[in-house]
Write a protein of this length. Structure first.
Length: 342
């Protein structure tokens, strides 16, 4: 059941779209909302509030305008004249997509505008909210798998030394990454797809998640989850060293730490639920991801999967081969005898 819950949440996490929130979700009333509605009613589209801004030499400004006007999904492009728009031989070209980068078509339009500007003028430099988000995503998430791999390796080595085990740190790293992925899945379901955001907060689907939020959720949840993991497994290791019985170690470890971990997780969960009542949509999304991740980690991961997996592998949980033990400068844990499981 626990594995099924995680698998169900990892599917929407794989479809997480990074960008800006749909402008319609930012505010419900007021002058800003009225102005946005007016833009959409005229057919200009909400992308006009986040245009691309291209700096180019005055000689190439018109070429950039002509090229960007032909990009699909773009309302138009213009290079205004006057001292406020042209200075020291440079000009600004403004292009307005129909949609912002909260949608796939908006992101495609931004990429098309960048490509068109660079093909029309070699010295063109494209800025604006959409290009800045794209650059941030490329810079941070382009190397994100490598960063996770490095963190996972360092975590594995530290825990292997602490617990004198190969399987326990490997299991801890895998379950922590799955826990973060499940939290991303909750954000995708509730906010990006809108399954609950309107019913709970009166906010429609955002279409995408602000690019900085998944990174913050990962940093917070991975550290917190590992803290809980170490707390529980340390007690299990102590009991196993005394009794040599894995099932007894699991019972002792959960009995000594389960209530404390659950209480701490509940306090944090309620704190983030309260945080989700704030007015800012991005803050609500962040709080939702953190609250869901903490709840899933304390229940599905720590209360169900951790004891089940430790009990399943039996004595193999505590095995540390001599070679790795010498590398980590700790005593080895002997290999279990054939058929050993307790």
């Amino acid at each position: 059941m626990a594995i099924a819950i995680l698998a169900a949440l990892l599917i929407p996490a794989s479809n997480l779209q990074l960008g800006s929130a749909d402008p319609d979700t930012i505010t419900k009333a007021g002058a800003a909302k009225e102005g946005l509605d007016a833009l959409e009613e005229t057919g200009i589209g909400s992308g006009a509030i986040a245009p691309t801004e291209t700096i180019v030499s005055e000689d190439g400004a018109q070429d950039v305008v002509t090229a960007q006007q032909q990009v699909p999904g773009v309302h138009g492009a213009v290079a205004p004249s006057g001292p406020d728009w042209r200075r020291d031989g440079d000009a600004v070209v403004i292009a307005a997509p129909f949609e912002g980068d909260e949608s796939e078509s908006g992101r495609d339009a931004v990429e098309g505008l960048r490509d068109a500007a660079h093909s029309a003028a070699a010295d063109a430099r494209v800025g604006g909210v959409g290009p800045l988000n794209a650059d941030f995503i490329d810079a941070v998430y382009g190397s994100f798998p490598l960063m996770i791999a490095m963190i996972a390796l360092l975590t594995f080595l530290l825990l292997a030394r602490a617990f004198r085990s190969v399987l326990l740190p490997l299991k801890a790293v895998v379950l922590n990454v799955l826990s973060v992925g499940a939290a991303w899945g909750v954000m995708s379901l509730i906010w990006q797809s809108g399954h609950g955001s309107d019913e709970i907060w009166g906010i429609a689907a955002t279409g995408s998640i602000a690019s900085w939020i998944p990174l913050m959720v990962f940093a917070f949840l991975y550290g917190l989850s590992m803290d809980y993991e170490v707390f529980i497994l340390a007690r299990m290791r102590e009991e196993y060293d005394k009794t040599g019985d894995t099932d007894e170690a699991v019972i002792f470890g959960l009995g000594r730490t389960g209530r404390l971990v659950t209480s701490a997780a509940l306090i944090l969960f309620l704190a983030f639920v309260s945080m989700a009542s704030g007015p800012e949509t991005d803050v609500k999304i962040l709080a939702t991801g953190l609250a869901a991740g903490i709840l899933l980690d304390a229940t599905v991961i720590r209360a169900l999967l951790v004891p089940a997996v430790v009990s399943l592998f039996g004595s193999w949980n505590w095995w540390l081969p001599p070679g790795l033990a010498r590398l980590l400068r700790v005593p080895p844990s002997p290999q279990p005898a054939a058929g050993a499981g307790g």
